[in-house]
Design a protein around this ligand. Structure first.
Ligand SMILES: C[S@@+](CC[C@H](N)C(=O)[O-])C[C@H]1O[C@@H](n2cnc3c(N)ncnc32)[C@H](O)[C@@H]1O
Length: 271
């Protein structure tokens, strides 16, 4: 199953890249070991744009980005002018490597000083496994900074997509299919992190909005992000599904082209 499409993602990912710019800007420097610059891993790196923003920070050394979608890894690697590394691909920037990987099974060959993840962990149902594997990828004292959609008072876009998917018009296509996303509160994430033996230094929630300008622009963005639902539908039915979700979501957001979403920034350290 190919999952997220890297080419199409890169075409519509202005929002994600802006969030990435802010995310990278807010990262506090982490020391590497033995006088080296920090080794960083990016879980769910997508098209690799944000990974490269982080790689450009002056205190960052080698960076590994991984993602389960082969199309995302291929897009992330596509600016490559460098030499391919076995089982991985170079991004063209020295020290930046992309490879296929799932955060619930990821095993680091060498420990990292910092693990980051942007808007990937709410697509991972087994949050405890994700945290355990990221913890094990860190050196003692190493940090994890992850930002993703959290549970809030307002139904999220993903909640609305799932409601439509399991409703009368589309339910037959989703029989026995679990919701692809999971949204937890900040306190639930704090408890999960503590349970994984991680020391929590922050779990801050921001309520954000992004204006796509027009309904078709918002629909185009949803079309790329809804793969987890639309892959269960015949290709010719997908546009109607996306339209039904965006119409239902307009009632929640109060607009047919404004996306409202919560972001939890979780900061933890391996003890
Ligand atoms: C919204 S994109 C974010 C990509 C990138 N971090 C960014 O901010 O542009 C979500 C990414 O999470 C990835 N993802 C989904 N399940 C994952 C898993 N189990 N492990 C790691 N990444 C996962 C998807 O393949 C997709 O590339």
């Amino acid at each position: 199953m190919p999952g997220w499409d890297g080419e199409r993602y890169a075409e519509v990912a202005t929002l994600q890249h802006e969030l990435g710019r802010r995310f990278a800007e807010a990262l506090r420097p982490v020391a590497g070991t033995g006088g080296r610059a920090a080794r960083v891993v990016d879980a769910g790196c997508g098209d690799g744009v944000v990974t490269r923003m982080i790689a450009a920070l002056p205190w960052v050394g080698d960076v590994l980005g991984f993602d389960p979608s082969p199309l995302m890894v291929s897009k992330a690697s596509s600016s490559s002018s460098g030499v391919a590394v076995e089982g991985a691909s170079s991004s063209g920037a020295p020290g930046v490597v992309f490879q296929a990987g799932d955060v619930t099974t990821f095993v680091a060959e060498d420990p990292f000083d910092l693990a980051v993840s942007l808007n990937a962990l709410h697509w991972v149902r087994d949050s405890a496994a994700a945290l355990a594997h990221l913890r094990d990828a860190l050196r003692p004292g190493g940090r994890l900074v992850a930002q993703f959609v959290s549970e809030g008072a307002r139904p999220s876009l993903e909640d609305v997509a799932q409601r439509v998917a399991t409703g009368p018009a589309w339910g037959s296509h989703f029989a026995g299919v679990d919701a692809p996303h999971v949204h937890r509160t900040a306190s639930e994430w704090r408890a999960l992190a503590a349970g994984a033996g991680l020391a929590v230094s922050g779990a801050e929630v921001s309520d954000l909005a992004w204006d796509f300008g027009t309904a078709p622009a918002f629909e185009a963005w949803c079309t790329v992000g809804f793969t987890a639902w639309t892959e269960h539908l015949p290709a010719d039915a997908r546009p109607a599904f996306v339209r039904e979700v965006t119409a239902a979501y307009a009632e929640v957001a109060g607009s047919d082209h404004v996306f409202r979403f919560q972001q939890l920034r979780l900061e933890v350290a391996r003890t």
